[in-house]
Design a protein around this ligand. Structure first.
Ligand code: AMP
Length: 822
């Protein structure tokens, strides 16, 4: 901004405004200071002004400035491992990124004086809501009425027209006893400013403790619930980085080059500069924020709101047709221009499809549950209860919170549609969810998953004294088949993707399969490639050659057979609360097997080790992966919200190595030599740590590939080579590959065992403070197209596999796996 402008402001304070404001300061110091400082705090010309307890604006000496510069900045919890995204870059850049959430003022540079001001004000923040609104409007109108300010406003073309700035810079959702009204900086029925959300995300980025993350996010949600409830839905979607339920297929994930183009066109930076920054930092969000902060604008567009950003993101994801890219870039630019501070960072990350702050889906749901427990949504303003934890002891509160979060998570698993869930929460409360948001055909539910085991012994240990059944574990693709009351049919994948157009053959056979009394249903099954001549199951690899979308039944070459194993809904009634034995009975009573097309999963109800062992061998001979072992007890409901112990998986491979296979992410490739010249000869693999959002190297792999595999991998990864490793790749220099890749593909691999490693970084800090875990003798099995990168084996699971191996060696039996699925 031109120096002349700031000179004018300085003069303006000294000569005319200060006396009138000082008058006001006497009656209400807090808000006046805030308002004043928000107008003037961000520029050097007035940095030498600070408020003191006697409510006067005084000069700060250079010495005082020195002291405040060295005063420590408060941080929350330990810094995240991945928060030093500029680790490889210049000091200027790392300083920029080290800004903490307390310091996220509207100014571009960290100002010691503002830190000092902030702490003074923060401690005194006791104004009531009414007071606050009154103060703010009084002050704003008083200032605006002065001829000087009018002149100033006119002459600067709205540069200081945004009054909500007065408290925006102090927004602190990390506050211990956060008050959803007093600690928010927007008022009732005002649309939630986008920066309220991005400041919250910025705070979360600085924290690694999951509980603290949940608390911070819940504080923001509480304010939204009370002040601007209509923004709760877009807020939750933005935190989940979604624009609609998964099954709609609408998603963000704009290509990096398109986003870079938008940055270039908006900021006037060159593509080469932007590209080089992205390569250096590996984070387009930070590059966008930095590019924006270096840009000076005279005309400030109106501030972004949560609703506005969400709607635009949704529009972008819905755009199709002619010249769609240019239209998308236009929309992106229109938002990007209006971004201030951290808004640019999170906007770009949302567009790219990754928030990268370690905010997992279950943490967002947990935060929502906490918010609704602490400050139950109410149709009245102010709500009857602001903080329920003050009205009961800790134990009672915890019980209540646990109840609410289980209701919310179970509902979300059974009907993962926030468009239906959030309005019910706001109108009727969390307790009303089970009655109002039920499992419905047409909406895919999250699938129940099984717990891995290392052998028949472990199965019998876990299910000791319980009734159970063993089913063949088919190696195909999960198919959740739905028939709605009005006759529509759908097939959803394990990740709730809509696979309906992939399997017209399955849908066309449904009439033969369903019994005469079946009007609607949801069935759980596995679609497996079927060899018609040999009347045998074929390996998964064959199934994966089928067309993924819009398949024509006449053109289908790979036939499938569906193996039915569960029934989750029948004729208007959800069955998920019924025990498995009952669901299985209903399945068999209401569906008819059709040879080579629709069969019930082969099963055996037994309790003897020998029979389980024999059945396992048989399943392997039948081209299956092993067994699924399921309890038949009364409480064996379809548990989706937890990683259930009611289902165990027992794979054939446990015989020759680690019990379960491991799904890893490919980070880079080593150029092949000798016979493998011209292709990659080996690859660097990693596991994903959702806590820190890092990819941690786990092993180099060079076996298990056919020549054709290597050719295919080389072709594929050629398109995904990046110049440098991303800042969130963790690896040892000694294992640096010849080419780095984007994280784009998951591979299923097998290994002999897991060992502590001084060079690999998997699960570093979980099992050993200095050493990671590596896989010995890894062998490539297949590409896992059905798994996203985030669904690869997590660092925590690697640690658990390691522990269970050590236990088995030591013949110990302590259970280390405490992880809950949701
Ligand atoms: P995994 O992918 O190794 O975690 O194993 C779980 C998957 O096994 C499920 O998502 C199903 O797709 C598949 N599966 C195959 N047969 C069965 C079965 N009889 N019961 C349940 N799941 C099965």
């Amino acid at each position: 901004m031109p120096t002349i402008f700031w000179r004018f402001i300085s003069k303006f304070i000294q000569n005319s405004v200060v006396p009138s404001l000082q008058l006001r300061l006497k009656t209400n110091s807090k808000m006046t200071q805030r308002t004043l400082m928000s107008y003037f705090s961000s520029k050097n010309s007035i940095e030498n002004i600070k408020p003191v307890t006697n409510n006067k604006l005084v000069e700060t000496s250079p010495e005082e400035l020195e002291v405040s510069k060295s005063s420590p900045i408060k941080t929350y919890g330990k810094r995240k491992k991945n928060s030093h995204l500029f680790s490889d870059s210049s000091d200027e850049e790392s300083n920029y990124n080290k800004k903490t959430c307390e310091n996220n003022s509207p100014s571009k540079e960290k100002s010691p004086i503002k830190e000092q001001l902030y702490s003074t004000n923060k401690d005194n923040n006791k104004s009531t809501d009414k007071n606050k609104e009154l103060d703010q409007s009084n002050i704003n109108s008083k200032i605006n009425e002065t001829p000087e300010m009018k002149l100033l406003q006119n002459s600067t073309n709205n540069i200081v027209s945004d009054h909500s700035m007065s408290t925006e810079m102090y927004y602190d959702p990390t506050k211990k006893s956060y008050h959803p009204i007093n600690d928010a900086f927007w008022s009732q029925n005002q649309e939630t400013p986008y920066c309220a959300l991005t400041k919250t995300l910025l705070c979360i980025e600085e924290v690694s403790a999951r509980l603290k993350i949940i608390e911070i996010l819940s504080n923001y949600f509480r304010s939204v619930i009370v002040l601007s409830p209509k923004d709760l839905l877009p807020s939750v979607y933005l935190c989940l980085n979604k624009v609609a339920p998964d099954y709609t297929g609408l998603e963000l994930g704009i290509a990096e080059t398109t986003l870079m183009k938008a940055i270039v066109q908006t900021t006037g930076r060159s593509m080469a500069q932007v590209k080089s920054d992205v390569n250096k930092t590996g984070d387009l969000g930070i590059v966008a924020e930095k590019s924006k902060s270096n840009q000076r604008t005279m005309f400030k567009p109106s501030r972004l709101t949560v609703k506005g950003v969400f709607e635009k993101l949704k529009e972008i994801s819905e755009m199709t047709g002619h010249a769609v890219l240019a239209k998308k870039v236009d929309k992106i630019q229109s938002m990007f221009i209006a971004c201030q501070d951290s808004e640019a960072r999170f906007l770009m990350r949302s567009l790219a499809g990754k928030l990268r702050i370690g905010l997992a889906e279950q943490s967002v749901l947990q935060a929502l549950a906490l918010a609704c427990t602490l400050t139950p949504p109410s149709l009245n303003y102010p709500p009857e209860i602001i903080n329920i934890s003050k009205e009961m002891n800790e134990e009672k509160f915890k019980k209540l919170y646990d109840e609410k979060s289980l209701i919310l998570k179970t509902t979300y698993c059974e009907s993962p549609n926030l468009d239906a869930i959030i309005p019910i929460i706001l109108e009727k409360g969390v307790d009303a969810l089970p009655e109002n948001c039920k499992l419905t055909p047409g909406v895919p539910l999250k699938p129940m998953l099984a717990h891995p085991t290392k052998g028949v012994h472990e199965v019998l240990d876990r299910f000791d004294g319980l009734k159970f059944t063993c089913e063949w574990k088919y190696d195909g693709e999960r198919a959740q088949i739905h028939l709605t009351e009005d006759g529509n049919t759908y097939i959803f994948s394990r990740n709730q993707e809509n696979n309906t157009s992939k399997y017209p053959d399955i849908l066309n056979r449904l009439n033969l399969v369903k019994g005469p009394n079946v009007q609607s249903f949801v069935m759980d099954s596995e679609a497996v490639a079927w060899d018609k001549e040999k009347k045998k199951i074929m390996p998964f690899q064959i199934l994966s050659t089928r067309k993924r979308k819009n398949a024509n039944e006449e053109d289908i070459k790979v036939q499938v057979c569906v193996f039915m194993f569960d029934l989750l809904y029948l004729n208007g009634e959800p069955l998920v609360k019924r025990p498995f034995w009952e669901r299985r009975k209903l399945l068999k009573e209401n569906f008819i097997e059709v040879e080579e097309q629709f069969l019930f999963a082969t099963s055996l109800d037994t309790i003897t080790m020998e029979e389980v062992q024999d059945f396992l061998e048989e399943s392997i001979k039948g081209n299956c992966e092993g067994l699924m072992v399921k309890t038949l007890e009364e409480d064996a409901t379809y548990e989706i919200a937890k990683r259930s112990r009611n289902w165990l998986k027992l794979k054939k491979d446990y015989l020759d190595g680690v019990g379960d296979t491991i799904d890893v992410v490919v980070l880079g490739g080593y150029l092949g030599r000798g016979k493998r010249t011209g292709t990659y000869g080996g690859f660097l693999l990693a596991c994903y740590d959702p806590e820190s959002e890092e990819y941690q190297s786990i092993c180099k792999i060079g076996t298990g590939f056919t020549d054709e595999d290597l050719q295919n991998h080389t072709e594929f990864f050629k398109e995904h080579v990046i110049e440098r490793p991303r800042s969130y790749y963790r690896y040892d220099q000694s294992h640096e590959p010849d080419h780095w890749f984007e994280t784009i593909q998951v591979w299923e691999i097998k290994c002999a065992d897991l060992s502590l490693s001084p060079v690999h970084r998997a699960a570093l800090g979980i099992v050993d403070p200095e050493k990671g875990i590596s896989l010995r003798f890894p062998r490539f099995l297949r590409i896992r197209d059905d798994k996203t990168i985030e669904q690869s084996t997590s660092a925590q699971q690697i640690a658990e596999l390691y522990y269970s191996q050590v236990q088995i060696m030591n013949q110990g039996s302590t259970n280390t796996n405490k992880e809950d699925f949701y």
